[in-house]
Design a protein around this ligand. Structure first.
Ligand code: FES
Ligand SMILES: [Fe+2]
Length: 460
């Protein structure tokens, strides 16, 4: 392992050296512990990663009608994803432009307008200011930037991403090779209609948010960290997949550019995802119901177990089976995971009922293992004298580099880890200029009225 006596923990030494310093923290085969332990780096991540690049915010199906909104997190900013009257979407900062109060205290709902609870300023669904009390107590109110701040939004296959980048990369360019995987995930649903439940399940762990990324494509840990889960599967005579020897399964991991990656388990399960199904409460009755309805298409049955394709879109969206896991950094050593259950609105109801049971399965018996490991890694990384963490597995030993620069490896490869850390470095070392968007003042009808009134008064 490469050794270096530099102690870059003092990232607080900002300035021109910062780019060079960040460059040195992530090397091809090792990463410095300060990525997980330095509060100044965490602060920068909230600006440069959860601001400078596209961040997953919501699914189209969560806000179907005008006025529907959900409240989401983008770094330290709360964002309201709002369906406007014209059917479009806006990403509004949940921050009153008077004194900064959060406008909305709920995770979602339906509104005609947003009224600040502090002094009663109101804003339209498009973020434009609609009214405020005693407007005449301002001189030239119409010159003040009181419309809500906004982030840029872009959608692919129903998935809505936001960014503060002043000149964001085209969403399709940014998704790159991950785009078709995302399309494919949505296309599995009858009629291509995928539903995401707005109500989510939240769990927290006491470790850095990047642990979720280190773990997302880590095909080795499952055999060990999830031993009790695998044991349950063996007891029930089912193929748990996770219990196999990761070195000789045909499952593959692929890097997809910009930190995205995918683990494709399908080559290891020739009989399809349904063949891995474990005994679950109500399974027999639901199966009988489906057969009675004449459902024989394997793709429909596979909708219940998930597609066995674990797609991860850096920095915050990870697909696990039928669930979507969104990573929300809370603090340097505190992370919130939001689990969104998805459903198939146009499939027989047994499908969704079974999916509910499947969703409980790994979340109850597997996910807690991961959290324990994340917290123990965080504990271990407190040792300051051991500075570097190895990420070299697979490199030069099984990884295949394609002409497109993307790497395919076994599920034992750490190539996805190296790839997301390279993207981390790209975003952190040379920050992308960011900006808050705002509707132009002259667009607001309220302000136009105020301007006319004030002009008339002054002319009088
Ligand atoms: S802070 Fe919102 S109206 Fe005053
Ligand atoms: Fe795991």
């Amino acid at each position: 392992m490469t050794q270096d006596t530099t102690r870059p923990d003092a990232i607080v030494a900002r300035g021109p050296d910062l780019t060079d310093l960040i460059d040195r923290l992530v090397r091809h085969d090792v990463v410095h512990r300060s990525l997980y332990t330095d509060p100044a780096l965490f602060d920068l991540e909230m600006l440069r990663i959860f601001g400078g690049t596209w961040v997953y915010l919501a699914h189209d199906s969560e806000v179907p009608a005008p006025g529907d909104f959900v409240r989401r997190q983008m770094g330290r900013r709360q964002i309201l994803i709002v369906r406007t009257e014209d059917g479009g979407l806006r990403g509004l900062l949940n921050r009153c432009t008077h004194r900064g109060t959060t406008l909305v205290g709920e995770d979602g709902g339906c509104a005609k307008r947003f009224v600040c609870p502090y002094h009663g300023w109101s804003f339209g669904l498009d973020g434009r200011i609609q009214n405020l009390p005693v407007p005449d107590s301002y001189d030239r109110l119409y010159e003040r930037p009181f419309d809500l701040g906004q982030v840029a939004l872009a959608t692919r296959a129903g998935f809505v991403f936001g960014t503060l980048a002043a000149e964001p990369m085209e969403i399709d360019t940014w998704l790159g090779a991950a785009g078709p995987w995302l399309d494919q995930h949505a296309a599995r649903y009858p009629g291509g209609r995928m539903g995401v439940q707005r109500r989510r399940l939240t769990q927290e762990y006491g470790a850095n948010w990047k642990m979720s990324w280190d773990n997302a494509a880590d095909g080795i840990h499952a055999t060990f960290a999830h031993a009790s889960y695998n044991h349950l599967g063996k007891e029930a005579d089912t193929d748990t997949v996770l219990a196999r020897n990761p070195a000789d399964t045909p499952m593959v991991s692929k890097t997809l550019g910009h930190g995205h990656c995918v683990v494709d388990q399908r080559p290891g399960i020739p009989d399809g995802p349904w063949s891995t199904m474990r005994p679950l409460p109500t399974r027999e009755a639901l199966e009988d119901g489906l057969r009675a309805k004449g459902v024989t298409d394997p793709a429909t049955w596979d909708l219940m177990t998930g597609d066995m394709v674990n797609l991860s879109i850096f920095p915050n969206l990870i697909f696990v089976g039928n669930q979507m896991m969104v990573v929300e950094p809370v603090a340097l050593n505190r992370t919130r995971l939001r689990f969104y259950l998805t459903h198939a609105p146009d499939a027989p109801e047994e499908i969704d009922l079974m999916r509910l049971r499947v969703d409980e399965d790994f979340l109850s018996f597997g996910t807690p293992d991961d959290f324990e490991m994340f917290e123990r890694v965080q504990e271990g990384l407190a040792v300051e004298e051991e500075e570097w963490i190895d990420i070299s597995r697979g490199d030069g030993a099984g990884d295949v580099l394609g002409a497109d620069g993307l790497v395919t490896g076994t599920v034992a490869s750490e190539a996805p880890m190296r790839a997301y850390l390279a993207e981390w470095k790209r975003l952190m070392a040379r920050p992308i200029p960011t900006t808050i968007r705002r509707a132009r003042i002259e667009d607001s009808r309220f302000m136009q009225t105020i301007r006319r009134r004030e002009m008339a008064k002054k002319g009088a």
